[in-house]
Design a protein around this ligand. Sequence first.
Ligand code: AGP
Length: 618
Amino acid sequence: MERIMCGIVGFTGEGQAAPILLDGLSKLEYRGYDSAGIAVKRDDSDRVEVVKVKGRLEELSKKTNGGHAVKGNCGIGHTRWATHGEPSELNAHPHVTEDGAVVGVHNGIIENYVELREKLQKNGYSFYSQTDTEILIKLVDYYYKKYKVGPIDALAKTMVRVRGSYALAVMFRDYPGEIYVARKDSPMIIGTNPEGTYVASDVPAILRYTRNVYYIGNLEMARLTREGATFYDLNGDEVTKKLVEIKWDAEAAEKGGYEHFMMKEIHEQPKAVRDTIGSVLNAEGNVDLTAVGLSDEDIRDISQIYIVACGSAYHVGIAAQYVIEDLARIPVRVELGSEFRYRKPLLDPKGLVVVISQSGETADSLAALREAKEKGVKTLAIVNVVGSSIAREADSVFYTLAGPEIAVATTKGYSTQLVACYLLAMQFGLVRGALEESYYHELVAEIQTLPEKIDRIIEDKERIQWFASKYAHARDVFFVGRGIDYAICLEGSLKVKEVSYVHSEAYAAGELKHGTISLIEDGTLVIGVLTQSDLYEKTVSNLVEVKSRGAYLMGLTTYGHYEIEDTVDFNVYVPRTDEHFASSLAVIPLQLLGYYIAVARGLDVDKPRNLAKSVTVE
Ligand code: AGP
């Protein structure tokens, strides 16, 4: 399945296409990629020239002499961020049919690629790559040839048959000078100027050529010629589109119009969570860990789970401990990578070491993985970057589909790691008979409501912004909670610390009276997290204790607990969900709090001082 954050570009018009494609792809580099390619319809023949590289765009530019070695005024290009199917020249796009009749690039996820591949194999197709994109391109070719229809009808039939998301750009040998596009869920825009017509996944790729763009809708297609673009709906009927002028400058365009990557990535969480869940749900709507590499037998054999990670990924582990122990009844121990690697850990040979890492390159986590392997213990990685060291060295990998995360402070990386842990807990519980099948199905249904609930919380962000501006100059902030709420406090506290430099501490609420409560003074901000109903009253009493010592209280709980307003000074509500999943919702206001305090303090939110996105050294 292709990464949701690949980049596509296309041009047809006056002048050479290749240099425009390379330039457009270079403007999408910030999105992260591991291979690239272009396809150009030559003027002097009906041949399409395809050039692809594993690695950076410079390689592609070298291979094509800056694009000047590939002649033609109609072409498409792609930067690939791999998910399944290692980064390689063979897996790089564009993908092309054996006879060269159809060539295309794609950004998105084809969920039913296995059944489509089988269908095509039965109809004589073979495959050279491990990508679902090659399957998609050959499916277009299949309909184009079988029904002897035009490109738009072939695309329409393909769209009806495919499950997933895509921004697809295709060239047909029989239609020189034309590019056909289709879109569902993945971003795509079409630009136009007197020189020609452009297609791209994102504004930065074409901003240099035009600010006049069309936003193609979901399940719509378009035919691009040097004169312009014609749009069609799924029935093949023409639809009219309004030309929109882009007001952003190049830098804002990379951030999708947000001021910082962190805010853009906070907003990307619903889609990242939805795609991560979708990546392991099968056609029956059950969790299927085959692609992860864990069989039911492996799952039944697990005696103990050790979760090892750093920073926010460690906080995911703390939350996951409660969820996995409760749903799968397997003992879970959570360790910091930097501690685990030197502790000479006593590991049960039938245990499972789970290493959680967004970058897949964190030195302490990688060392912990190697330590576990040396001791002959099975390892599972939950990673966002394909081909990263931790992904390559673990016995099995659960890829989060968050897309490249640019901001140093993780948000969508954290959220997708959380849902990955929920899905493992549910499947482990079902396979081991620890989880009632009926409750399992309820959880499968409920976990799919998280993206929309996250969206709703983000919509209310101005309220957090107002509160953050009041506390931008706080000296100390304390986060208190119990159970899963404590895990949420850990992440909330780190978000505030790392981007706003305000000192904060996360405390198990019941632990306050053992020392820390002496730090509470008049006006000290204490944030109570109360999503766990069986612990709610106890945490409220802890809040009352600190309030009597002068604390200013913010309460973060679920809708319905309106009585909290009798205790706290400022309340934030999040939608109800199964309490095992509460971290996914309660963390959102805390991400926003950290972000807005940092903005109020005029700090470099995306690149906080002293921090790196991936700590690849000890
Ligand atoms: C999170 O906001 C921090 N940037 C940091 O704690 C991070 O989670 C930690 O360094 C682990 O990184 P990884 O997930 O890439 O291994």
